[in-house]
Design a protein around this ligand. Structure first.
Ligand code: SF4
Ligand code: SF4
Ligand code: SF4
Length: 272
């Protein structure tokens, strides 16, 4: 049973959030929403423990499609970063603000960038591309994320400052156009740099939240130096170029780890 502690703990965390929000906000939707996400993630972790090859991909599709199609397109909730600013500026703790608080701001203190490895609907598509292992060194263009981050705030602030009408409708279209732009840029960059996760490394504005918070994450991959034979397989296979055999929090690209577990699967000595 010991090996099922992680999936069960994750289910417990999500159920706690689900019940707390359901009761405090008096809205049954939160019970459904967070239970669904928690069950999907726990199922994926359970399958991973059982060594099922496509465990992570299943969670990505279950959660990613739910958020993109059901919440975004059917329920008209903009869960992109501009949706977060929109709800924040209106002072409403709903939809995108809750999503960001749980998955991208405070949640990473517990589960790091698990969102990026298991749930993001942008990466859900990018991970189907052929360059799972980056073919070259990282580019020095990570600063672009700060521009996209600033642009998202300026865009929403301008709507409020200019007193534009029907902002909710604009948010819906911003969600559709924003996602199409993310997919187009993400796919183009993946082919250009021969790296599926190039968008995550250089462009994604959400990493401005994710990276500093995940630095302090409770959940981290660590290397058992007693077992490790320094074969380097784990670092060669890592899609995010993390120096995973270094256990310090300051390890190279440490805040880039998306907990995809590819290194763990590749390790011949079960040292991770
Ligand atoms: S870095 Fe951004 S695009 Fe990439 S997986 Fe994380 S949230 Fe998604
Ligand atoms: S260090 Fe391991 S878990 Fe983290 S991104 Fe790299 S392969 Fe995935
Ligand atoms: S794959 Fe395993 S044994 Fe090889 S360097 Fe990584 S942790 Fe060590």
């Amino acid at each position: 049973m010991k090996k099922y502690v992680v999936p069960l703990t994750m289910l417990l965390i999500f159920e706690t959030v689900a019940v707390t929000l359901w009761l405090t906000k008096n809205n049954l939707f939160y019970l459904f929403n967070f239970s669904y996400i928690g069950i999907s993630i726990s199922l994926g972790l359970f399958l991973f423990v059982r060594k099922y090859k496509h465990a992570r991909r299943i969670v990505q599709l279950l959660v990613g499609l739910y958020m993109l199609v059901y919440l975004g397109l059917i329920c008209n909730e903009n869960m992109q970063i501009e949706g977060f600013w929109y709800y924040l500026f209106t002072g409403v703790f709903e939809a995108a603000t809750i999503h960001y608080a749980v998955a991208k701001i405070f949640g990473p203190l517990i589960f790091g960038r698990g969102w990026c490895g298991f749930a993001c609907w942008t990466a859900m598509v990018l991970d189907f591309l052929p360059y799972k292992i980056p073919s070259g060194p990282r580019k020095n263009i990570g600063w672009i994320r700060y521009i996209t981050f600033a642009a998202s705030i300026v865009f929403v602030a301008a709507l409020f400052l200019c007193k534009v009408g029907n902002i909710e409708r604009i948010m819906f279209w911003a969600f559709i156009i924003g996602n199409m732009a993310y997919y187009a840029i993400g796919i183009a960059l993946a082919f250009l740099f021969k790296d599926n996760r190039a968008f995550c490394k250089y462009i994604c504005p959400i990493t401005v939240f994710l990276k500093p918070m995940s630095y302090f994450a409770l959940t981290r991959i660590k290397c058992d130096k007693e077992k490790c034979v320094s074969c380097g397989k784990c670092e060669r296979i890592c899609p995010m170029d993390v120096r995973i055999t270094d256990n310090s929090r300051k390890r190279e690209n440490g805040t880039e780890c998306i907990l995809c577990m590819e290194c763990k699967r590749a390790c011949p000595k079960d040292a991770l």
